[in-house]
Each structure stands twice: as structure tokens, then as C-alpha cells.
Design a binder for this molecule. Structure first.
Ligand code: BDR
Ligand code: CA
Length: 315
């Protein structure tokens, strides 16, 4: 059995797709086992996220991994997708072949809880979308915290934001859910914008990936076209692959620089709603270090590993 047993909860999404490709290759390397996946609304609707997750895993030869449907809307907030970045269907409007696997109908939170109990504390939960599914699981099953080893997220930021000046998209999309996760009692590894924007891919690196003939390279080439045009229009000279970070951190933490801190979520502020407030730099601490705040990455090793993993997916 591999050292890491993971569950991926995603709003699949272009960079969520890249994260799934990396996870598939890491599983093929024998370094992780993907116990299950679940879909949440965020970048796109739950319906698209569910289909995209199933279809991407199917293309990667991983159709045996069960994918469960999750929340169709945030706990309290209204649903605002990110079609301007990820396209209407979440994958830059690229239509993928349908997964041959029968669709699961058990809800994400029930399946996650069952898996965590069976894994007896070994399960690592990776969240690359809003935290709605995880929050529902914690509310419905108060003892879930006993069964999760840790939670790794792409979300938040120590400094700044991307959807507002103060907030990152995944947290802003459902701040009440993120609050439940950070208060859950399970340690959170936060790969926020501080680090995910440093792991940028430059045009020559993107071209190198595009030359690959594997499923991962082809998926990357096709699904990123739409968001690459958006990045360009924003004056960003490359591509952020945010969601890849918690997956790579799980196995290769030595690529990253991180610090322990207390982190909680602003759910009320009228210009700071969805901000992850970390006590790293203040005199008055929260009194608990519930998170590892990931702050920096060795960009060259990160992009080399990312390219390798895409090139290692099946043909
Ligand atoms: C996050 O929001 C989504 O657009 C991406 O998939 C990533 O999870 C970045 O803020
Ligand atoms: Ca995502």
C-alpha cells in the first residue's frame, strides 16, 4: 500500500484537471492511492464538475476510481461560477469522451465519511474547489475529524486575492464552508495564492508540454486554450496551475517553504469577505496553529516535475 491515501474533492476546472493528471501519474509511480473523488460547484456547475471529473479520470485509465456528486450550491452564498476563466463547461468548452464507468449516486459527504472511517485515520483530503462538500460532511458527521489525517487545500492567500482584493476564489465562493473546515480540528495545509502564483508556467514550458502525446499533455493543450487567452488579456505572461500544488505538496513537501500558523476565515467583512486571516505577522496570535501556510515553491523543480507527470500519463 502506498504511503498516501487521498480523496480529491474538485470543482473540475482546468487546473483541477491538471491536478487529476498529476495524481494519476503519482498513483502509477506507487506514491499515492486515490481512494475516491467528489465534485462540487465552483468554477462551473456541480453537474459539469461531476461529468468532467469522471471523464478526465476515464481518459487517464482511472475509471475505477469512484466519483461522487456533491453540492449544487454554496452553504449560504449565491453560486457564481468562473466561466470567464474556465469556459461554460469548466474545461474551456472542450467536450471529452464519456467515462465508461456507471455514475455513482451516493452523495459526496456520505461517501467521504464512509471512506475515512474505513481508512482508520489514514485518509488525506485534498480540496481544489470551494469547501461546501467538506463542510456538509463535518456538520453531518461530527466525528469525521477523528478519521482524517489532514486536509490539503488550494485556497486562500496570506496576502491579497484574485476574485476580490482580499479573497481567493475557492474561499470567497463559500466562506461559511471554509470557516467550518478551518475550525474542524483537522490540520489544514493551505496552498494559497502566495505560492500558487509563484508556480507559474512560461510559454516555452507550455510549448514543451504541448509536444507530448500522452493523455495528460493533450488534455493540458486542449483545455487550457480558453483560460490562456484570459490570462493574456489580464497581462499575465504565463499560466497558473493552482490546483496542482496540494497534490505535489502531499508527496514532495521539500519543494516548498511553509510556516505553521493560525488561520481563520472572514465571513462578514463587506470588502474582506472570504479572506483567510493568518496570524503569521502579528503580535496578537490566535492561540492555535491549525494550519501550515505554504508560502514559496522551487519553481524550476515544480515545473519540471509537473511536465514529467503529464508526460507519464497513459497514451
Ligand atoms: C482557484 O479557483 C479556481 O479558478 C481554480 O480552479 C483554483 O482552484 C484559484 O483561485
Ligand atoms: Ca479548482
Amino acid at each position: 500500500m502506498s504511503e498516501h491515501l487521498i480523496w480529491m474533492d474538485l470543482d473540475t476546472g482546468v487546473d483541477d484537471t491538471a491536478a487529476l493528471c498529476c495524481a494519476a501519474s503519482l498513483e502509477n509511480r506507487g506514491l499515492i492511492t486515490i481512494a475516491g473523488a467528489s465534485a462540487v460547484c465552483g468554477n462551473t456547475t456541480r453537474e459539469h464538475a461531476f461529468a468532467n471529473t469522471r471523464n478526465v479520470l476515464g481518459m487517464l485509465g482511472k475509471e475505477h476510481i469512484p466519483v461522487y456528486p456533491g453540492a449544487e450550491k454554496p452553504l449560504l452564498a449565491e453560486l457564481h461560477t468562473a466561466a470567464h476563466v474556465h469556459g461554460e463547461n469548466g474545461l474551456g468548452n472542450v467536450v471529452l469522451p464519456e467515462s465508461p464507468a456507471p455514475a455513482e449516486s451516493i452523495m459526496a459527504w456520505d461517501a467521504l465519511y464512509r471512506c475515512a472511517v474505513e481508512a482508520e485515520g489514514r485518509l488525506e483530503l485534498i480540496l481544489t474547489g470551494p469547501h461546501t462538500n467538506a463542510a456538509i460532511a463535518f456538520k453531518k458527521y461530527p466525528d469525521l475529524k477523528k478519521y482524517l489525517k489532514r486536509i490539503l487545500i488550494m485556497g486562500g492567500a496570506e496576502v491579497g486575492g484574485n476574485i476580490t482584493p482580499a479573497a481567493e476564489f475557492n474561499i470567497y465562493a463559500d466562506p461559511e464552508a471554509a470557516e467550518v473546515v478551518f475550525k474542524s480540528g483537522v490540520h489544514v495545509v493551505m496552498c494559497g495564492l502566495d505560492v500558487t502564483e509563484k508556480g507559474i508556467l512560461y510559454p516555452e514550458e507550455i510549448r514543451e508540454i504541448e509536444q507530448g502525446e500522452t493523455v495528460g499533455c493533450r488534455l493540458f493543450r486542449d483545455t487550457t486554450q480558453h483560460c490562456r487567452a484570459w490570462y493574456k488579456s489580464m497581462g499575465i505572461g504565463g499560466l497558473h496551475i493552482h490546483d496542482v500544488n496540494p497534490v505535489l505538496y502531499t508527496v514532495y513537501p521539500e519543494l516548498y517553504t511553509a510556516e505553521e500558523a493560525g488561520v481563520f476565515v472572514e465571513t462578514r467583512g463587506y470588502i474582506t469577505r472570504g479572506k483567510t486571516v493568518s496570524d503569521r505577522d502579528t503580535d496578537v496570535k490566535f492561540g492555535v496553529k491549525n494550519a501550515t501556510v505554504v508560502l514559496d515553491v522551487d519553481r524550476v523543480r515544480f515545473k519540471d516535475l509537473f511536465i514529467e507527470l503529464l508526460q507519464e500519463t497513459i497514451k
